[in-house]
Design a protein around this ligand. Structure first.
Ligand SMILES: [Fe+2]
Length: 255
């Protein structure tokens, strides 16, 4: 049995031998904060290019970055994000870094998003005609309009993808909520950093539950700075959880 069949045949992730040489099968990374100077992620073009160089070295072929959009703090949209995509692509060419680069966004479920949907504003999506839209929630309390916003998104032709469900305190306590959300057709994106215990033990346990129950559809780095890339490369890729996660039927490589 070849190394690849060894990894890919383990759909339940039950028999992953850590001594196996590991080649990350995920080629498309889609959750990060690399549009410089628009949110709490990368602040300079240089830093963004340094991170993208590491992604390329890790074997990623495409990065779809996702700056925060929050009505109170980060009023980002196509008008300020897309010109920076061009700037970053130019930098990649100049530095001869071989990686495709695109941008979508990570929308906070707030009244601003509700208004944008109502007003038919252009939203930053990914996955072409699939119109996937990455959404996030506050960490401490589920917003009252979560069901309404996701329903409105479906009605408007979008497919909502919930960022890092394992990081929301109210879901990580009673994990059954994950099933209820998935049953509503919402896709789930787990953070690679959660799998190495980067945030907390509780978050690590919650992501383990999501992986064991095959509830995740995407993995993403949620990278905000270059240190995250080092942790992913040196630690997270070597965890049993990450290797189990990538043995599931994930959608990253369809993007
Ligand atoms: Fe994020």
């Amino acid at each position: 049995m070849s190394f690849f069949s060894n990894i890919f045949n383990k759909k339940d992730g039950s028999d992953i031998r850590m001594s196996d040489p590991f080649i990350n099968p995920i080629k498309v990374e889609f959750h990060s904060h690399l549009i410089h100077g628009v949110d709490d992620g990368s602040q300079t073009l240089e830093h963004t290019l340094d991170v993208l160089k590491i992604y390329a070295e890790m074997g990623y072929e495409k990065v779809i970055t996702t700056p925060h959009v929050m009505s109170d703090y980060y009023k980002n949209g196509p008008e300020n994000v897309l010109p920076k995509v061009d700037e970053i692509r130019k930098g990649l060419t100049e530095r001869n870094i071989q990686i495709q680069f695109e941008a979508a966004a990570e929308y906070m479920v707030d009244e601003g998003l509700e208004d944008k949907i109502k007003n038919n504003e252009t939203l930053l999506t990914f996955g072409g005609n699939n119109k996937y839209i990455l959404i996030e929630l506050p960490f401490m309390t589920e917003p009252r309009n979560f069901k309404k916003v996701t329903f409105d998104l479906f009605m408007a032709g979008y497919k909502p993808v919930l960022a890092h469900p394992e990081r929301y305190l109210y879901y990580s306590i009673k994990k059954k909520d994950f099933e209820e959300i998935a049953d509503r057709g919402i896709l789930l994106q787990a953070n690679i950093l959660s799998m190495v215990g980067y945030y907390s033990k509780q978050v690590e346990k919650a992501v383990e539950y999501l992986i064991e129950n095959k509830l995740i559809n995407f993995v993403g780095s949620d990278l905000h700075h270059i240190k995250h890339a080092d942790i992913i490369k040196n630690d997270a890729f070597n965890t049993k959880l990450y290797r189990k996660a990538v043995s599931l039927d994930l959608l990253n490589n369809t993007l």
